[in-house]
Design a protein around this ligand. Structure first.
Ligand SMILES: O=C(O)CCC(=O)C(=O)O
Ligand SMILES: [Fe+2]
Length: 320
C-alpha cells in the first residue's frame, strides 16, 4: 500500500504510514523498529552478530595505533588529537563486516522499501562532542530521506564519556539545505559542511523545545537514525574515558547521491557523489527512476572535491 502509492519516500517515513499496513510477514521486532523510526526518527537494536565481542576486541587493537592519544592508559587525556577515522573498512576486516552485516541490510531494505547498501564508515575511540546536526547536509538522496546511519556502541557508554545524543522527533522538522538558509553552496569551500546550518538547527531545537537525549548504550547495542534526525555528541566530562563506536552510513538503490552543502538544487547544481558499496565493492551510479544520471561535478566520498582552489573553480566554471 505505502510502497505502491509513495515509492519515493522511505516506508517508515511515508505520509500514510500505519502499522496495520505493514506486510503481514514482518516479525514483532520489525514492526516495533518501524514504529519507533516513524515516531521518533531512531530505533535501538542489539547488533545481530554472534561474533560481535571478538570483532570489537580485534578492531580496537587494530585501530588504536592510528590515533595520536594514548588509548590504553587509564589516566591519559583522550580528548586531544583526531577523534575520528573515516573508511577504516578499507583495511580492517571487522569494520567491513560490521558495515556489511546482512541482517542489518535485509532489515533496512524492509524498513525503507528499497535495497540498502553501506557506503561509508566512521570509527571513534572517544566521544565527538559534535553539536546537533543532521547528516543529510553531507549526504542526501533524490528522492530525499533514502539515507540512514547505524551507530554501534563498542563499549558501555556512561554519561561522563560524552554519549551520542539525539533529538526525538526532529526527523519531521524541515530538511536543512542552502535554499532554506539563504546561501549558495555550489563550488564554495567549507572547513566543515555543518557550519552554515548550526544556528538554524539550534533555533529549531529552541522553538520545538527539542531535548538532547543521551544514548547511554550498552556494548553491542546499535541505534538506527533517519537521514534528517538531529544528533551529536554530548560534552565529555571525564577526559580519561574512551567511547569506542562505529557509524556506518547507508544509501538505498535507485537514487541520486549528493552533498547538499555544496549544491543549489533548484538551479540544477548538484554535487553528486561517486558511490561504491562497501559490501560488494561495486559502484552505485547515480540514478533516477532507473535511468543512470551522468555525474558532472563529482565529489569523492568524504565530501571534498578531488580538486581544490583555483583549479577546482576553473573546472566548475567550465562544467557549469
Ligand atoms: O558519535 C557521535 O558523537 C556522533 C557521530 C555522528 O554524528 C556521525 O557520525 O554522523
Ligand atoms: Fe552525524
Amino acid at each position: 500500500m505505502n510502497r505502491r502509492l509513495f515509492p519515493g519516500v522511505p516506508l517508515i517515513e511515508s505520509p500514510i504510514f500505519s502499522l496495520a499496513n505493514l506486510p503481514a510477514d514482518w516479525s514483532a521486532e520489525e514492526m516495533s523498529l518501524a514504529h519507533s523510526l516513524h515516531e521518533n526518527g531512531f530505533a535501538v537494536i542489539d547488533f545481530p552478530d554472534p561474533d560481535i565481542d571478538a570483532r570489537i576486541a580485534r578492531m580496537r587493537r587494530n585501530l588504536a595505533p592510528h590515533f595520536e592519544m594514548d588509548l590504553e592508559s587509564p589516566i591519559s587525556d583522550k580528548t586531544r588529537g583526531t577523534r575520528r577515522m573515516q573508511d577504516a573498512w578499507k583495511f580492517d576486516e571487522d569494520v567491513r563486516a560490521i558495515a556489511s552485516n546482512s541482517t542489518i541490510l535485509d532489515l533496512l531494505g524492509k524498513l525503507y522499501g528499497r535495497p540498502a547498501f553501506p557506503f561509508q564508515t566512521l570509527n571513534f575511540p572517544v566521544g565527538t562532542e559534535q553539536r546537533a546536526h543532521s547528516d543529510s547536509v553531507h549526504f542526501s538522496s533524490i528522492p530525499e530521506r533514502f539515507m540512514c546511519g547505524v551507530w554501534l556502541a563498542m563499549e558501555d557508554v556512561p554519561a561522563e564519556a560524552g554519549p551520542l545524543f539525539y533529538v526525538r522527533g526532529s526527523h519531521r522538522w524541515p530538511i536543512m539545505n542552502n535554499a532554506l538558509i539563504g546561501r549558495r553552496g555550489h563550488g564554495i569551500e567549507l572547513s566543515s559542511a555543518q557550519d552554515p546550518y548550526g544556528p538554524a538547527w539550534e533555533a529549531l531545537c529552541k522553538i520545538h523545545d527539542g531535548k538532547k537525549e543521551p544514548f547511554l548504550a550498552r556494548k553491542g547495542q546499535a541505534l538506527i537514525w533517519c537521514a534528517n534526525l538531529l544528533h551529536g555528541g554530548s560534552r565529555q566530562s571525564d577526559p580519561t574515558l574512551t567511547r569506542w563506536s562505529q557509524v556506518t552510513h547507508y544509501f538505498f538503490d535507485d537514487c541520486i547521491y549528493y552533498t547538499p552543502a555544496f549544491s543549489d538544487e533548484a538551479i540544477g547544481k548538484i554535487a553528486m557523489r561517486n558511490i561504491v558499496a562497501i559490501h560488494d565493492g561495486k559502484a552505485r551510479p547515480n540514478s533516477y527512476m532507473r535511468e543512470e544520471i551522468a555525474n558532472t561535478a563529482c565529489q569523492n566520498v568524504n565530501g571534498k572535491s578531488p580538486t581544490s582552489g583555483f583549479f577546482r573553480r576553473f573546472i566548475l566554471r567550465i562544467l557549469s
